[in-house]
Ligand binder design. Structure first.
Ligand code: ADP
Ligand code: MG
Length: 244
């Protein structure tokens, strides 16, 4: 197996407030990890440490075998290019068309020609079911469509891993399924993914592993069956009893 991401005794504090309290975690190539846990438990902070949007306070984060803690901003930018991130809010560039949103980073960060970028972007839009929206403005799209564009945009950089932070939490209920289906299809292509979500049915279907986080610690890890049907830890049982 090839380890894509690894943390060892990762901590993160904001001032005196320790948010992550020594996280040991390992994500292997092709794995789909779903992270669940109460609001405020540190899930977003963990994802942000994985792609160095936050600097860890102690411990290590490694990407593809390289410890990233001590790298320069320039080196980090190179590494971040290989990690696609999708947020709750879609963060599309409102003044650009859908196609331009996908083309921008490949053209201006990777230096790919517009012709080549456009070809790739159109294929990605087809993959997320939006081939006909290339020339649309993001604001004319539904929330579910915008989030699918955001996923396609992240994929345009050919990432080695995709990180999703509650990708369906801002959506109207009728649009959740179309976004989850795109993520599920992506899982079937073998993409390595870490997904923070409250969609437990989706987690059961798609996750190789479910990790339960509470108060800055990874409390329990296992297959969906292990964590959902046979939780071992009291805090996991308590959390699941409230949401299932
Ligand atoms: P989750 O995603 O599980 O809801 P977060 O990682 O967003 O949890 O937040 C965990 C805790 O860290 C919260 O108490 C939050 O207020 C705090 N926190 C997150 N980011 C910052 C920040 N930039 N500055 C100060 N506190 C923060
Ligand atoms: Mg969060």
């Amino acid at each position: 197996m090839t380890t894509i991401l690894e943390t060892q005794q990762l901590t993160k504090s904001f001032g005196n407030n320790q948010i992550l309290k020594g996280i040991d975690s390992k994500i292997e190539k092709g794995e789909v990890i779903v992270v669940i846990g109460p609001s405020g438990s540190g899930k977003s902070t963990y994802l942000r440490c994985l792609n160095s949007l936050e600097t860890s306070t102690s411990g290590t984060v490694s990407f593809e075998g390289q410890v990233v803690n001590q790298l320069s901003e320039e080196q980090l930018d190179k590494i971040r290019e290989k990690m696609g991130m999708v947020f709750q809010s879609f963060n599309l560039f409102a003044n650009y068309s859908v196609l331009q949103n996908l083309n921008l980073a490949p053209m201006y960060v990777q230096g790919i020609s517009e012709t080549e970028a456009t070809q790739k972007s159109r294929a990605l839009l087809a993959q997320v079911g939006l081939a006909d929206k290339a020339d649309a403005q993001p604001t004319s799209l539904s929330g579910g469509q915008q989030q699918r564009v955001a996923i396609a945009r992240a994929l345009a950089m050919n990432p080695d891993v995709m990180l999703f932070d509650e990708p369906t939490s801002a959506l109207d209920p009728e649009m959740v399924g179309e976004v989850l289906n795109v993520i599920k299809d992506l899982a079937q292509t073998g993409m390595t993914m870490v997904i923070v979500t409250h969609e437990m049915g989706f987690a059961k279907n798609v996750a190789d592993q479910v990790w339960f986080m509470d108060q800055g610690q990874l409390i329990e890890k296992g297959t969906p069956e292990q964590v959902f049907d046979h939780p071992q830890e009291a805090r996991t049982k308590d959390f699941l009893s409230k949401i299932l």
